[in-house]
Design a protein around this ligand. Structure first.
Ligand SMILES: NC(=O)c1ccc[n+]([C@@H]2O[C@H](COP(=O)([O-])OP(=O)(O)OC[C@H]3O[C@@H](n4cnc5c(N)ncnc54)[C@H](O)[C@@H]3O)[C@@H](O)[C@H]2O)c1
Length: 370
C-alpha cells in the first residue's frame, strides 16, 4: 500500500473543487452538446472559463437553452484560424485547456471530408501548438478524441490504449490523426521527462458514444428518437444490431475533469492516453438502447428497414477501461439503464427550465460521486 494520494485524502468532489476552483480553463467546443455540459460543470466547480467555438448551430442548442454565454468569456471563433485561436489562448492564460471542438459526426464526414480533417487535425495541432508559447506556470492540456480512433477489427474483445490506431471513415480517421499529432507534440515539445523546463502536460481522452439531454445532432440515435417521439412519428433505425459503448455525458465529463486533476497532481505520469467507456455489462445494441428509451418515455415505435447504400459504420466497438480505473481511479457512475433514464427524463422535462434541469442533473451526479 502506497501513501494515500491527495485525492484519497480529500474525497473526489472536494479534490475536483480543489483542482478547478478559481482556475482559468480554456474550453474549445463549449457551444456543442458535450461542451455546454462541461461549461456548467466547470462553473459548478468554481472555474473561470473562456470558451472558443463556432456559434451554436440551432436555436434549441443546449448552449442557448442554458444561456451559456453568461457563464464564460464567450468567443465565437474558428479553430482553423491559427492566429485567432493562439491569441485567444494566450490572452486567457489558462491553467487547463480542454479541447472538445471538432466536426464530430461520422456521416457528415463522408460529405465534408476535407473540412473534417482540417477541423479535427489542424484544429488540434493549432490548439497544442498555441500552448508552446505559454510559460510561467504549470499547464494541462486534455485533448478529447473518441473510441473510434482504433483500427476497428469488428472483434468482440475491447480495445486497449496501446492498440493500433486507424479509422475507416474520415471522422474516425481524423481523430486517430489528432491522437498521433498530439503524441508527436508531447514527445517533441512537451516531453514528460523535461516537464520542469516546459511545465506543460498533455493527455488524450478517448470516450464512447455519449448520450444525454440537449443533443439535437442529426443522425445520432437519441436526438433522432426524441424528434420522432415529440412529433408522434416512427423512428427509422439504422444499424439496430450495432453494439456501442454508450455512456451518459456526465461520465466522460467527470473523466476529463478527473484526468486534469490527476495531471495536476502528477504531470509526468498522467501525460498519456486514456479510454473512458461503460462497464462491459452496459454495452448495448442500438435496438436495446431504443427499447429502454421508449419504455422510459412511455410510448413510441420504431422500424428497422433494410437501408440500401448506407455509408460504412462500425458494427462492433468496445473499449477497455482498466487503465483509467487502475491509474486514475475513474469509474462510470451510471449503468446503461440509468444513463438512458437520465437522458429521457431531461428531454421530457427540460422545457420548464432547461438551465435548472441540467444543473440538477450535474448536482445529483456530484452527490453520487460523494
Ligand atoms: N457525442 C459523442 O458521442 C462523442 C463521443 C466521443 C467523442 N466525442 C468528441 O467530443 C467532442 C465534443 O463532441 P459533441 O458531441 O459535443 O459535438 P458537437 O457537434 O455537439 O459540438 C462540436 C463543437 O465544436 C465546435 N466546432 C466545430 N467546428 C469548429 C471549428 N472549425 N472551429 C471552432 N469550433 C468548432 C462547435 O461549434 C461545437 O461547439 C468532439 O471532439 C467529439 O469528437 C463525442
Amino acid at each position: 500500500m502506497g501513501r494515500p494520494t491527495k485525492m484519497e485524502k480529500l474525497g473526489i468532489v472536494d479534490s475536483l473543487r480543489n483542482a478547478y476552483q478559481g482556475k482559468k480553463v480554456f474550453l474549445t467546443g463549449h457551444t456543442g452538446f458535450k461542451g455546454a455540459w462541461m461549461l456548467l460543470f466547470l462553473r459548478e466547480l468554481g472555474a473561470e472559463v473562456t470558451g472558443y467555438s463556432l456559434a451554436p448551430k440551432h436555436g434549441n442548442d443546449l448552449f442557448h437553452l442554458i444561456d451559456g454565454s453568461t457563464y464564460c468569456n464567450h468567443i465565437e471563433g474558428d479553430i482553423r484560424n491559427r492566429k485567432r485561436l493562439a491569441d485567444a489562448i494566450e490572452a486567457a492564460d489558462p491553467d487547463f485547456v480542454f479541447h472538445l471542438a471538432a466536426q464530430a459526426l461520422v456521416l457528415d464526414s463522408y460529405d465534408i471530408p476535407v473540412e473534417t480533417y482540417d477541423t479535427n487535425v489542424m484544429g488540434t495541432i493549432h490548439t497544442v501548438d498555441a500552448m508552446r508559447s505559454l510559460n510561467g506556470k504549470p499547464r494541462f492540456g486534455i485533448i478529447i478524441t473518441t473510441d473510434k480512433v482504433y483500427e476497428n477489427q469488428e472483434r468482440i474483445e475491447p480495445y486497449a490504449e496501446n492498440e493500433r490506431l486507424g479509422g475507416f471513415d474520415p471522422y474516425s480517421n481524423s481523430k486517430a490523426c489528432a491522437e498521433l499529432a498530439t503524441q508527436s507534440y508531447r514527445d517533441s515539445f512537451f516531453n514528460p521527462a523535461k516537464f520542469d523546463s516546459h511545465q506543460t502536460s498533455i493527455a488524450t481522452a478517448r470516450s464512447g458514444n455519449v448520450i444525454g439531454g440537449g443533443d439535437w445532432s442529426a443522425n445520432r440515435i437519441i436526438p433522432d428518437l426524441v424528434r420522432a417521439l415529440q412529433n408522434g412519428e416512427e423512428l427509422v433505425m439504422r444499424n439496430p444490431s450495432a453494439i456501442r459503448p454508450w455512456q451518459h455525458v456526465l461520465d466522460p465529463i467527470y473523466a476529463y475533469l478527473l484526468l486534469g486533476t490527476r495531471m495536476q497532481e502528477n504531470p509526468i505520469r498522467f501525460a498519456d492516453a486514456f479510454n473512458f467507456g461503460p462497464r462491459p455489462s452496459d454495452e448495448l445494441t442500438v435496438q436495446q438502447l431504443v427499447e429502454i428509451a421508449i419504455d422510459r418515455w412511455g410510448s413510441g415505435t420504431y422500424n428497422t428497414p433494410e437501408l440500401a447504400n448506407q455509408p460504412h459504420e462500425a458494427k462492433l466497438l468496445k473499449l477497455a477501461i482498466e487503465k483509467a480505473k487502475e491509474q486514475l481511479g475513474w469509474e462510470p457512475q451510471f449503468t446503461a439503464a440509468e444513463a438512458i433514464a437520465e437522458t429521457i427524463d431531461w428531454y421530457a422535462t427540460y422545457k420548464g427550465n432547461p438551465y435548472q434541469t441540467t444543473l440538477n442533473q450535474i448536482q445529483n451526479y456530484l452527490t453520487r460521486l460523494g
